[in-house]
Design a protein around this ligand. Sequence first.
Ligand SMILES: Cc1cc2nc3c(=O)[nH]c(=O)nc-3n(C[C@H](O)[C@H](O)[C@H](O)COP(=O)(O)OP(=O)(O)OC[C@H]3O[C@@H](n4cnc5c(N)ncnc54)[C@H](O)[C@@H]3O)c2cc1C
Ligand code: FES
Length: 277
Amino acid sequence: MYKIIFKREMAEKTVCHFRIEAPRIARKAKPGQFIVLRANETGERIPLTMAGTDPEAGTIDIIFQVVGKTTALLRTFNVGDSIQDIIGPLGRPTHIENLGTVVCVGGGTGVAVMYPITKAYKEAGNYVIAIIGARTKDLLILEEEMRQASHELRVTTDDGSYGHHGFVTDVLKQILDARKDVKLVVGIGPVPMMKFLSKMTKEYGVKTMVSLNPIMVDATGMCGACRVTVGGKTRFCCVDGPEFDGHEVDYDELIKRQRAYLTDEKISMDRFMASLR
Ligand SMILES: Cc1cc2nc3c(=O)[nH]c(=O)nc-3n(C[C@H](O)[C@H](O)[C@H](O)COP(=O)(O)OP(=O)(O)OC[C@H]3O[C@@H](n4cnc5c(N)ncnc54)[C@H](O)[C@@H]3O)c2cc1C
Ligand code: FES
């Protein structure tokens, strides 16, 4: 059992941050890696990225958006409650090196996944420009943390309620037009955002990494659920990823596979909400 020692709700309670006691995972985890958890004995296994770790305190942080049954159930947990099982760290860590100028682009809850990666690029000596975006001001997360983790922070909202009025890719375009020294763009967020961002950076010839989020089941490379096509080859996101060359990913296939269980997911969520009434 893994005890929750801190909880905060963000983005109008659509996003939840837990700090959890998990000393063995905290000791080994590196930026970009994830865990798979089961909230209770009958729970589904879901993958979540570690938004932070503290090896000395023996804790890991997860930040998740409430999108369906398991994340809605998790949100009902409070400090002192325990999560049934957690396995990790899983996946390949982000390959961090000193490249020069790196732009880290996070959209929606993707900002939580981006946060430890941004910090690591800065600590490795890169000049880091971060761009974070959300639909509206109240849904923006980790602004202060991302400001600390980068050298420059740019903020966008789709409705113009805060920062630049528009998408993260608008600001990325301004940066790519203005500076010729960007060596790497890292993009993490909704799949359509990563698809559009990668199309743009390809035109500028700038290397781009994205972190993919296909449906995962075993997360050990055995079941094939997380299959993605990258550069025309089949890769398993849980063991070969989650980060891949953004210019090589078949995003349309990923979107199709992510939606494979929408009807079942809706039934499951409706049943769970009814059980709360
Ligand atoms: C490597 C990785 C890291 C992730 N990190 C984060 C994170 O840090 N924060 C965050 O908010 N979300 C993250 N996700 C997505 C998260 O796993 C899903 O939102 C979660 O599983 C939804 O479960 P649910 O029961 O609440 O929703 P459901 O109603 O079951 O599903 C809603 C949608 O979530 C996705 N999903 C459902 N089950 C799974 C599954 N077993 N594996 C992957 N996706 C699934 C599907 O696209 C689905 O349509 C990550 C996904 C992956 C693969
Ligand atoms: S989740 Fe089963 S192979 Fe990746």
